[in-house]
Ligand binder design. Structure first.
Ligand SMILES: [Zn+2]
Length: 64
């Protein structure tokens, strides 16, 4: 059994709307999923910069 750990990265865009990207850790893989759109990605390392780049590029939102 894998231990599944979920963490969230939230960011606020220029309109004050909040966007959340969830990072689910499953064994050696991290699944990065955006709640606002259907973007998702799999990463072995450094999911957080990927999430922050998506939030900036797709939603114009800066992570807190
Ligand atoms: Zn998104």
């Amino acid at each position: 059994m894998f231990t599944v750990t979920t963490s969230r990265i939230t960011a606020t865009d220029a309109q004050g709307q909040q966007h959340t990207v969830r990072v689910t850790r499953r064994g050696q893989w991290r699944h990065v999923e955006c709640d606002t759109c259907d973007w998702r990605q799999r990463a072995q390392l450094l999911p957080r910069p990927k999430a922050e780049r998506h939030l900036a590029e797709a939603h114009g939102a800066a992570a807190a």
